[in-house]
Structures are given as C-alpha cells and as structure tokens.
Design a protein around this ligand. Structure first.
Ligand code: ZN
Ligand code: FE
Length: 256
C-alpha cells in the first residue's frame, strides 16, 4: 500500500482544509472545504481531480464549498449521519463504528459530539492520520456549541487512547491563543512550557502547528489532562471529578 499523501490548504483567516490523496488508487478527497478557491488552485498545481469530500461537521467554514465542488467534479460527499440534514449534498452518512473505504485505505469513524451534536472524526489507522475538525485542536478543544462537557470529555478521553504517533489534522490554527491559556492552568508542566517555546518560533516563521500528534496533545493539552494534579490544583478542583475539571477548564478558556 502506498501512503496517503496529506496536504494543508490554508483558507479564510485561520482554517486548514486538507487534501488527502493516493494517485495509484486514483482517489483524492478534500476534508472540510469551507472555500473552493484555495482548493482549486492547489488541485490545479498538483494536476489532481477530486473524487470525495469528507466532512466532520456542519459549520459553514467546513462545508461552504461542498456544492460547488460537487458540481465541478461529480464527487461523493461523506459526512456525519447525526447532522446529515445540515451537510449540503451529502451522499454517504457515517457514524460511530462505521468504516469507510477510500482506495486501498480505510477510515474508522468516531462520533465526537460536543462542538456540534453530530460531529465525527475520521481515523485512518494504517496511515496514522486523524481528521478531527473542530473537536481537538493543538493545545485546545472546540467550543461547546451543541453539546455538554461530559460529551466532549468522553471524546477527548477516547482520542488520547489512539496511538501516540497518530497525526492530528485539526481544522484551525488556534495554537498561539490556546498556548497562552494552557500555561495559565498547568504552569508546572515542563513539556507544555517547552512546547510553547517551539510554537512561538514556528508561528514567528509562519510555519503551521498542524498536524500535531496524539502523544504531544496527551502530554500538553489541558483539555486532555483533567487528571493532572498540577492542573487540578491550579483551578482549585483538587481530586475532583474529571468531567467537572474538564468543564471548569473549558469555562475558563471561554472567559480567557
Ligand atoms: Zn466548527
Ligand atoms: Fe471551524
């Protein structure tokens, strides 16, 4: 099997759209296309034709170009079953436990509600890649627009059990802002402090901080670390319930 090639396509102010393709298999997908112009430009440079759109959730910055790209390429759109009515042009509805075949590659689908009620994640196990939309960010997690802290913590706790080398393709470059918050809730985490220095250098050189990895997030992302004694002490919930600690962390970030 040849590896899936994955590229970032920056869009809007801080979105990342992803191209995932395998020329040998003759498949090419765009993940969460909010805007068609940067996608078309990159496809032309690569000499690629799209066969699929993969959506993670219904927000416009992730689905805005669905219909235009479907019109142009006659492609297949696969997205979340639990909010299928909000996904323009959806052909294939996917939810927890489903597997999606993409050429010689395969994704496992997770339901990760919280940011939206039907949000899904796409895990290509053999390719060690996770498309996670606005659920998990580098040093952050999505805002809870349609779900509860318990749901989002459930998603985080499952994601952190994936293999640590798994590359995490998050849909926004929010990392600097997330880093500024993270150090306020877990100031004693040396791995976090080191990472923040790395991130500052990367952003100063305009280098994307995406993809990140599960291992890096498990070690430094406060939303994956409600069991950290340092975080618990900092927010005053020492030894508390993990959902309550996660919820308090999320609330503090909303107010940060
Ligand atoms: Zn969103
Ligand atoms: Fe978004």
């Amino acid at each position: 099997m040849t590896a899936l090639t994955i590229e970032l396509v920056p869009a809007f102010d801080d979105n990342y759209i992803f191209l995932a393709y395998d020329r040998e298999d003759g498949v090419a997908a765009v993940v969460d296309p909010g805007d068609e112009a940067p996608v078309l430009k990159r496809l032309e440079a690569l000499g690629l034709t799209l066969t699929h759109i993969f959506n993670t959730h219904h927000h416009f910055d992730h689905t805005g170009a669905n219909l235009a790209l479907k019109d142009r390429f006659g492609l297949t759109i696969a997205g979340p079953k639990n909010e299928a009515d909000k996904i323009p042009g959806i052909d294939i509805e996917l939810g927890e436990g489903d597997r999606f075949t993409f050429g010689s590659h395969e994704a496992q689908i997770f339901d990760v509600p919280g940011h939206t009620a039907g949000h899904i994640g796409w895990w290509f196990e053999r390719d060690e890649a996770l498309f996670i939309g606005d659920t998990l960010f580098a040093l952050g997690c999505g805002r809870l627009f349609e779900g509860t802290p318990a749901q989002m913590w459930d998603a985080m706790s499952r994601l952190r059990q994936l293999p640590p080398q798994t590359k995490v393709y998050c849909a926004h470059e929010y990392t600097m802002g997330n880093a500024a918050f993270a150090v306020t809730v877990e100031p004693g985490n040396q791995d976090l402090l080191n990472r923040v220095e790395d991130i500052k250098k990367m952003r100063a050189d305009n280098i994307p901080t995406v993809p990140t990895t599960i291992g890096l997030e498990a070690a430094t992302n406060p939303f994956m670390r409600p069991d950290s004694p340092n975080l618990q002490q900092t927010i005053g919930l020492d030894g508390g319930d993990l959902v309550a600690i996660f919820a308090e962390t999320r609330t503090r970030k909303d107010q940060f």
